[in-house]
Each structure stands twice: as structure tokens, then as C-alpha cells.
Ligand binder design. Structure first.
Ligand code: FAD
Ligand code: A2P
Length: 276
């Protein structure tokens, strides 16, 4: 008689730290979002990032940093991703389908967390491109609105199409029936949205830095200029963007903080490199 083990079907191969893809949405030629199962033990603070990836051709995990775009109460994890044509990871990751597995190292870290800032009245989320992702998490976390009376989401991309993931998310949130019930009809006034393009005509245009220095964003939204007594900010974009926005915020008198030393603003890179 054959031993039982020899007759059993071989078990399906599973990646280390595997999570199953539950949905994928393509927003443009160079952007997509996807959701995966969440490990039961994974705790994170909204705004943090984790390492995710796929198994490389050499049999070793190919991992990259990704901001978690979903809030910490969600039972799935959402990510918002670039597609770099020759990128080692995203040239493959862009082809994932529901039911596929990705690798997720459950060690969340990052500086874009509410605890890294002093209490204040108004929070500014300043992002370019996929730098929107950590704010997709923070805007969907009620804690953000418990700590701040008002949140302003400024997002800038080259083209209008690249704003769509963020636009849909913010507009749904501003008119969310549950949030409106909890916070009242004025909830939409507590979450202001300022999407701009720089290389294609759209209703609002210009770089975040220029719109702050000229005062256009304050005039358009009917807000006073940024003041260290009331305003807090989080920055997430390319290195050049982060450096320039940091200088603008410092010009308004804000200081960079950290988890261990909360102040008025925090910064994180949306990616490493020059962009595509
Ligand atoms: P890579 O070899 O990693 O990158 C190739 C080149 O593509 C880079 O040198 C850079 O010039 C450009 N590039 C890479 N990522 C981007 C990007 N997001 N936007 C514009 N240009 C880019 N990427 C996401 O898509 N979503 C995220 O939420 C995200 N969060 C990140 C958080 C942190 C803290 C860091 C450091 C990076 C994050 N990234 C994010 C970038 C991500 O880690 C990878 O670089 C990206 O997935 C591309 O991987 P790749 O192997 O295909 O190409
Ligand atoms: P612009 O089109 O004027 O360069 P990229 O795709 O190069 O990462 O840029 C994404 C968006 O961020 C673009 O709208 C771009 O504007 C803007 N941007 C790039 N660098 C800076 C910077 N140093 N300061 C402000 N905005 C920037």
C-alpha cells in the first residue's frame, strides 16, 4: 500500500507572507489601484507604508515600499501604484488580477502619522502623483477629523486623468452618508479639495508651491494664509517637490517634526529617483 502522503495532491505553492488580490482598477496608462486581503495580525497607523512585491525570476522576493492607501479600520488593504514601463516590480505588478498573490511584509513604518504633529486647527495634505496614497488613508480615518477641524487636500499632477483616483475618493468621502450623519451637513466644508494640473488645461492649475506663494489657493478656498499657530501639514511627492514645499512651509513659520518630536509639518518621499 502507498503511504497516504504520496497519493495526496501536491499543495498549491504559496508565496511567503502571501496576501490575495481582491480587486484591481486601472486609472490611466501609468496608474492603477488594487486591494488585497489584510493579515489578521497587521496593525498600522494611517499614513504608514509597508514593503510589498512579487517573487522575482531569481526566486527571491522583489519588494518595494508602498504607502497603505486604506484606513486602519478597513478589513482589506488598498494600494495606489505607478506603472514604470521598465520598473523591476511595477512592469509585472501592473498585470495582477483578483485571486493572484502578492508578498506583503507586515512591518508598517513612516513619518506621515498624526502623532508626529502638534495639535492644530487645519491640516494640509500636500501631494503630487502617487504621493496621494498616504492621504487616501488619513482622509478616511475619523481620527483625522477628531484632531483637526478642517482638512485641505492639495493634489497636483501633470494631467487631469492622473487626478481621477484622488478625485473620486475625495468626492465620495465629502458626500459620504455616514460621515455626514456623524459630522453633520457641513462635513463637505471640513474636507476641502484643491486638485491642480500643470501640463494640461483644467479648472484649477499650477504647482502647489506657486499656488501657496501667490496666495491663490487661500483666496480660492476662502482661507487665511498658513499660520504656525493653527496650521499643520504633511508633504508627499518627489524629492524636488518635498524640498521646495518644505521651504515654502518654513517661510510661513512651520517647523519639521517627527514621531519622537512632534512639530508643525512632516515629509515623506513618494518614491526614490527622478520620476518618469
Ligand atoms: P523602481 O526601480 O523602484 O523605480 C524606477 C524609477 O521610477 C525610479 O527611479 C523613479 O524615477 C520612478 N518611480 C518609482 N516610483 C514612482 C512613483 N510612485 N511615481 C513616480 N515615479 C516613480 N510607489 C507607488 O506607486 N505607490 C506608493 O504608494 C508608493 N509608496 C512609496 C513609499 C515610500 C516611502 C517610498 C520610498 C517609495 C514608494 N513608492 C510608491 C515607490 C515604490 O517603492 C517603487 O519605486 C515603485 O513601485 C516602482 O517600482 P519598480 O521596481 O517598478 O521601479
Ligand atoms: P510640473 O509639470 O510643473 O513639473 P513629476 O511627474 O515630474 O513627478 O511631477 C508631478 C507634479 O508635480 C507635476 O504637476 C509637477 O509640475 C509637480 N512638481 C514637480 N516638481 C515640483 C517642485 N519642485 N515643486 C512643485 N511642484 C512640482
Amino acid at each position: 500500500d502507498l503511504p497516504v502522503a504520496d497519493t495526496a495532491a501536491p499543495s498549491a505553492k504559496t508565496l511567503p507572507d502571501a496576501q490575495k488580490v481582491t480587486s484591481v482598477k486601472h486609472w490611466s496608462d501609468n496608474l492603477f489601484s488594487f486591494r488585497v486581503t489584510r493579515p489578521a495580525s497587521l496593525r498600522f497607523r494611517s499614513g504608514e507604508f509597508v514593503m510589498i512585491g512579487l517573487m522575482g525570476d531569481n526566486g527571491k522576493p522583489l519588494l518595494r515600499a508602498y504607502s497603505i492607501a486604506s484606513p486602519n479600520w478597513d478589513d482589506e488593504l488598498e494600494f495606489y501604484s505607478i506603472k514604470v514601463p521598465d520598473g523591476p516590480l511595477t512592469s509585472k505588478l501592473q498585470h495582477i488580477k483578483p485571486g493572484d498573490e502578492i508578498i506583503l511584509r507586515p512591518k508598517p513604518v513612516g513619518t506621515l502619522v498624526l502623532d508626529a504633529l502638534l495639535p492644530g486647527k487645519r491640516m494640509w495634505f500636500l501631494a503630487t502623483g502617487t504621493g496621494f496614497a498616504p492621504f487616501a488613508s488619513l482622509m478616511r480615518d475619523p481620527e483625522t477629523f477628531e484632531r483637526y477641524e478642517q482638512v485641505v487636500m492639495m493634489h497636483t499632477c501633470r494631467t487631469a486623468e492622473e487626478l481621477n483616483y484622488g478625485r473620486e475618493l475625495v468626492e465620495n468621502l465629502r458626500h459620504d452618508p455616514l460621515l455626514t450623519e456623524i459630522y453633520g451637513e457641513d462635513f463637505a466644508k471640513r474636507l476641502l479639495y484643491y486638485p491642480t494640473t500643470t501640463r494640461e488645461e483644467s479648472p484649477l492649475m499650477g504647482r502647489i508651491t506657486d499656488n501657496m506663494i501667490s496666495g491663490k489657493v487661500f483666496a480660492d478656498l476662502g482661507l487665511p494664509p498658513i499660520d504656525p499657530a493653527t496650521d499643520r501639514a504633511m508633504i508627499c511627492g518627489s524629492l524636488a517637490f518635498n524640498v521646495d514645499v518644505k521651504a515654502v512651509l518654513e517661510g510661513f513659520g512651520l517647523r519639521e517634526g517627527a514621531n519622537s518630536d512632534p512639530k508643525e509639518f512632516v515629509v515623506e518621499k513618494a518614491f526614490v529617483g527622478d520620476g518618469i
